[in-house]
Design a binder for this molecule. Structure first.
Ligand code: SF4
Length: 343
């Protein structure tokens, strides 16, 4: 016998919500999902009327659902936001070029303006060229650092007030675990924040309206709404560490369904003992972007690529910052050490 929706008690239930276990019809699921995102937005005061908000759009399911839901909620609840799409072209042939086609279709479907910024135009390097030089071991470090700054630079070109990203509950729980496992206290403290403050030159406030949305529900929402999204994995995607955290979290979830939310709540409530030294945010002496060192991570990575010493940006080489800023050559010994370590 068909199960009836536990919300409207009229239509046939089409799914069991992973988050609550409720059996719902399609329309009640859409409503519940959207209104939970609305609740997240309102309770965290994510937006102010009249703001211009860029949605970080990759063409993947998370950012596609985010764009769709924000447009729906902006109309339904009269947020008064000017929404637009902001994409980053990392220069990955056979992956990003295809996913950007999806973003262009989304732009037409949702009638939102679209801006694409590329690594090539911002840094003079594509990820294809970076992988050729650094291989497939540390490529995601370059890509992640460059993407963060590229989004900020794109947002500044567009003069937006905020950037929204499609990070979901699973992503955030994985990040909490990764930061615990790495002992990265500074990131651990920041990673559960629903909105970063945007302190410092070059940083636009970022928020995560899908922070409490389960990945499984995002997939269900995209599927039942028949949203147009791109689901192929990046061709340069080793990202082994996140993969371990993800697999661990899935195992935990199998025995304790609330594991994702529990990990997020634990992360939110962690506090750093008094006296623990934390990095002090300043600005990069070369590009003016936020940095706790004389040179930001992005400038160090770029310097390493341009000198043919990609290891320069990986790990801690703070003592070389002064030399690099003064455009002094490295000694043969310094170069040898940077080349010697297995990359
Ligand atoms: Fe960039 Fe790595 Fe993500 Fe590919 S998997 S888009 S290289 S961060």
């Amino acid at each position: 016998m068909p199960v009836v929706c536990s919300c409207c008690a009229q239509a046939r239930a089409m799914l069991k919500r992973p988050k609550t276990g409720h059996s719902l019809c399609r329309e009640c699921f859409f409503w519940a999902f959207e209104e939970e995102v609305h609740e997240t937005i309102v309770s965290a005061s994510l937006f102010t009327r009249g703001e211009t908000v860029a949605i970080g759009a990759s063409g993947g399911k998370d950012s596609t659902v985010l764009a769709h839901v924000l447009k729906v909620l902006n109309d339904r609840h009269h947020y008064g936001l000017k929404l637009l799409l902001l994409s980053v072209d990392e220069g990955i042939t056979g992956y990003r070029d295809d996913s950007l086609e999806t973003v262009r279709r989304n732009q037409r479907q949702y009638e939102l303006p679209l801006k694409i910024v590329s690594y090539e135009e911002l840094y003079g390097w594509t990820m294809d060229a970076i992988v050729k030089q650094v291989g497939l071991k540390n490529n995601c470090t370059f890509c992640g650092v460059f993407r963060r700054q590229a989004l900020d630079r794109g947002a500044m070109m567009l003069k937006v007030d905020k950037i929204c990203t499609g990070h979901n509950a699973d992503d955030i729980a994985e990040t909490v675990l990764m930061n615990v496992l790495r002992g990265d206290i500074a990131r651990l403290r920041r990673c559960t924040a629903i909105c970063t403050s945007g302190e410092g030159e070059g940083a636009v406030p970022r928020c995560k309206p899908l922070k409490y949305a389960y990945e499984k529900e995002i997939v269900l929402y995209a599927y039942f709404k028949r949203l147009d999204y791109f689901s192929t994995e990046c061709i340069y995607s080793p990202n082994a560490y996140r993969g371990h955290a993800r697999a661990f979290l899935k195992d935990l979830e199998a025995v304790r369904p609330s594991a994702i939310m529990d990990v997020i709540h634990s992360g939110e409530n962690l506090s750093v003992r008094e006296g623990v030294r934390m990095p002090v945010q300043g600005t990069c002496n070369r590009c003016g972007y936020i940095s706790s060192q004389a040179l930001c991570k992005s400038c160090m990575l770029l310097e390493g690529l341009n000198r043919g010493l990609p290891r320069l940006g990986i790990g801690k080489h703070h003592r070389l910052h002064g030399k690099i800023l003064a455009q002094q050559p490295l000694t043969l010994d310094e170069e040898r050490k940077l080349k010697a370590v297995d990359f």
